[in-house]
Design a protein around this ligand. Structure first.
Ligand code: GUN
Length: 301
């Protein structure tokens, strides 16, 4: 039987609607408007597209939204000063510095300069540590794994993952490691696999929950997938598509979608799966930060 397709566009729209309604209520009740600042250094076209869509979505949610585009040759000091100014700006609840940064800038230093209570990316050591120790009520959880968990729970129809084997392929700080922590917090039995893992296909095919976050187009084939498994594809890879015409390209995930979908129980497509959830969760994290400032409870999703 073909897998259930998990529609991230629909679920993301539900999250955004909830954020929009809660933002209006927050303003009416407390006079607080959530504020988000997105900082981009350089002219990478893909990053500029992401930053524009983040700003657009924030405005739709009713947020105060600012974006700062800095030239590629901006000295590290100047970027750190920009972050400190945003830390001290009372109208800003969430700060996102778009990664990757140019080579001459120490990414770690910039991330650790963001005030943890405004770190809506969840990359600061304080937020990483809170997630790792189960303090999920006050941690900012990185947006892509947070959104992936919502899709996964919808697909499985339950939030307790007791007794389920989860394999996360990829060990990045942005996705793989926080995803593993979230799965563990919900009682899954979790393995993180990576490029040095022995017999990856055999390990992957033992997973009831398979999360692909490696950034390799269509690496995960049908024989890596356990029949009936829930497959979450975090990869967004642009590949040549000569069949669409000369110079054309298309987006694919880390999973060979058609063949995996014939085996899986549920699967996220690319595009239209995890991708839309990332921006939705950035809005949710920014609203949560503003709710903390106002001393009111944030919505759950
Ligand atoms: N670049 C790619 N994904 C992300 C993300 O989630 N946050 C930031 N800041 N940069 C990114």
């Amino acid at each position: 039987m073909a897998a259930e397709v998990i529609d991230g566009k629909v679920v993301a729209a539900e999250v955004v609607e909830k954020v929009t309604n809660a933002t209006a209520k927050l303003l009416a009740d407390t006079g607080v408007t959530p504020g988000i600042a997105v900082v981009i250094v350089g002219e990478d076209p893909a990053s500029q597209v992401y930053v524009r869509s983040k700003g657009k979505r924030a405005t739709e949610c009713g947020f105060h939204s600012v974006s700062h585009t800095m030239p590629a040759e901006t000295p590290e000091d100047e970027l750190l000063t920009m972050v400190e100014n945003l830390n001290n700006d009372p109208a800003i609840d969430g700060i996102l510095v778009q990664l990757p940064l140019p080579d001459h800038i120490d990414e770690g230093k910039v991330i650790q300069t963001i005030a943890p209570e405004k770190d809506v990316d969840g990359f600061h050591f304080i937020n990483v540590g809170k997630l790792g120790t189960g303090e999920t009520d006050t941690a900012f959880v990185p947006c892509t794994p947070a959104g992936s968990m919502i899709l996964l729970k919808k697909a499985l129809g339950k939030s307790d993952l007791s007794g389920l084997n989860a394999v996360v392929v990829g060990r990045s700080n942005i996705v793989g490691k926080p995803m593993a922590n979230l799965l563990l917090a919900d009682n899954a039995t979790v393995t993180i696999a990576h490029s040095r893992t022995k017999d990856l296909p055999a390990l992957a095919s033992s997973a009831d929950i398979l999360v692909a976050a490696v950034g390799r187009p269509e690496m995960i084939k049908a024989d890596w997938v356990k029949p009936g498994a829930a497959v979450i594809d975090v990869g967004i890879n642009r590949i040549d598509a000569p069949e669409k015409g000369e110079g054309k390209s298309r987006l694919v995930g880390d999973v060979a979608y058609d063949e995996a979908a014939a085996i899986a129980g549920s699967i996220t497509p690319v595009p239209g799966g995890v991708g839309p959830m990332t921006i939705a969760m950035l809005m949710a994290n920014t609203l949560a930060s503003a709710c903390r400032r106002a001393g009111v409870e944030a919505p759950t999703y």
